[in-house]
Design a binder for this molecule. Structure first.
Ligand code: ZN
Length: 158
């Protein structure tokens, strides 16, 4: 298996593990996963793809630069964000659209040693009052050393 194929296989495995109903980490398949391919690009789950059943076709390859550029925009409109996300896509024959969460994933994949990012919307966490969505939903998974969510949902950094 080539390195990109291996990366893709690991991304699919992580996504399905996070989406496993037994782990109770996602509501209605919600959550998002991504993997750094190289310095310039990453895969991110396409809008509408479901974590528990995701395949290679459920991811879209996007470029970091235009997405990270949105953080420099003064007040980007929803329309502008959608447009940039679409233009950041490569080889997008199926015209898939990365979700707006690709912004957060692009940022987290810039962290040293982070090649995979997965976040979910766990029932128990969503039920808590006064939570910080960024803190709770962003689980950066250091270099392929992610822990299986089947052992329970964890706080980022735990
Ligand atoms: Zn989310």
């Amino acid at each position: 298996m080539s390195e990109p194929q291996q990366l893709h296989a690991e991304l699919i495995e992580m996504s399905r593990a996070l989406g496993d109903p037994a782990a109770d980490c996602v509501i209605l398949g919600e959550g998002n996963t991504s993997a750094r391919i190289d310095e310039e690009t990453f895969w991110v789950k396409a809008s509408g793809a479901q974590l528990p059943t995701i395949t290679e076709e459920g991811f879209v390859r996007v470029r970091f630069a235009p997405i990270l550029g949105l953080f420099d925009a003064e007040h980007p409109s929803d329309e502008m964000i959608k447009q940039v996300l679409l233009e950041a896509c490569m080889d997008n024959k199926a015209e898939q659209r990365p979700s707006i969460e690709a912004l957060m994933h692009a940022l987290l994949l810039q962290e040293p040693g982070v090649n995979f990012v997965g976040h979910t919307h766990p029932v128990a966490i969503n039920a808590m009052a006064g939570y910080s969505p960024m803190k709770l939903s962003a689980a950066a998974l250091p270099q392929r050393g992610y822990r299986s969510p089947t052992r329970g949902c964890r706080w980022p950094g735990e």
